[in-house]
Design a protein around this ligand. Structure first.
Ligand code: NAP
Length: 276
């Protein structure tokens, strides 16, 4: 598995496991646990969850999947903006830790920017680090100007910004992605297969077939190939996880990149960050 570094030097796999909608259905529980465990086996050992997902159901299922394997996993969760006050973030983190069955998060993100002043949330995160509850913190759905505000609020320790990024949604290549590279922080690309919509794009399917890959594999290989990006596809089935893991082995040629650019054009100017 290819890897990428956080600013503190910690390496994580370039492909992780998303968990939105995982844990919502009792009927899918065993398959979802098996999918996450298969992902860990294959080196996709960064797992992304959030208190929002299924109102805690995702974190509970992740907790079951990583039982006995906590040290193999880089665990990420997110706090709701309305819980991101100094005391609120501590209480929300404690609830997440309980659901996940662990005593620490590797990374804790502010899910999106809300009404709590950023310096207060940062202080809350730093207190959690001091208490050993989280190893580092970051943000999600922050546009360029939000990152500037974060820096002005004392957010130099931010580890990542998790944003919507896939072949169909490339706006961050204009500003956020180069800025993150300059700052040395990885971008976490959510919905990297556009919630399965990319998988039915006929031109992508045809191009993928030419290189002996699936549409999912080509979309994921593209997302992580440019550097500075961790993609976190969600797959509730082990066979999808196995397919996705192989994306890390694909090396894209300049010709394939150019043909992808022709099908899914890069941005030609600044666009507001899209949010799901
Ligand atoms: P996604 O990963 O782009 O797409 C997930 C969908 O693609 C699922 O329906 C999954 O099906 C399907 N899929 C994945 N691999 C496949 C394969 N090889 N073959 C066929 N189908 C495949 O969308 P997402 O869940 O929105 O994004 C990924 C993760 O990013 C989330 O789970 C979450 O952790 C995070 N996220 C964060 C935010 C935020 O605001 N920070 C927002 C959205 C998402 P199966 O489940 O049936 O395998």
């Amino acid at each position: 598995m290819r890897s990428i570094q956080f600013p503190d030097g910690t390496s994580v796999p370039s492909l992780g496991l998303g968990t939105w909608y995982i844990g919502d259905s009792h009927a899918r529980r065993d398959a979802e646990i098996a999918a996450l465990r298969r992902g860990i086996d294959l080196g996709m050992s960064l797992i992304d969850s959030a208190e929002m997902y299924g109102n805690g159901a995702s974190e509970k299922l992740v907790g079951a999947a990583i039982e006995g394997r906590r040290d193999e996993v880089f665990l990420v969760s997110k706090v709701y903006p309305h819980n991101a006050s100094r005391d609120g973030v501590a209480a929300a983190c404690e609830r997440s830790l309980q659901r996940l069955g662990t005593d620490r998060l590797d990374l804790y993100l502010l899910h999106w920017r809300g009404g709590v002043p950023l310096d207060e949330t940062i202080d809350g995160f730093e207190r959690l680090i001091a208490a050993g509850k989280i190893n580092r913190w970051g943000v999600s759905n922050f546009d360029s100007y939000d990152m500037e505000d974060l820096a002005a609020a004392g957010g130099a320790a931010v580890a990542t910004n998790q944003v919507l990024y896939n072949l169909s949604t490339r706006g961050i290549e204009w500003d956020l992605l180069p800025e993150a590279r300059e700052d040395g922080i990885p971008i976490m690309a959510y919905s990297p297969v556009d919630q399965a919509r990319l998988l039915v794009e006929s031109e992508l399917i045809a191009l993928a077939r030419e290189i002996g890959a699936s549409a999912a594999q080509l979309a994921l290989a593209w997302a992580i190939d440019c550097g500075g990006v961790i993609a976190i596809p969600k797959a509730g089935r082990a066979e999808h996880v196995e397919e996705n893991a192989k994306a890390a082995e694909i090396v894209l040629t300049d010709e394939i990149r150019a043909r992808l650019d022709a099908i899914f054009p890069p941005p030609d100017g600044p666009t507001p960050l899209e949010i799901l």
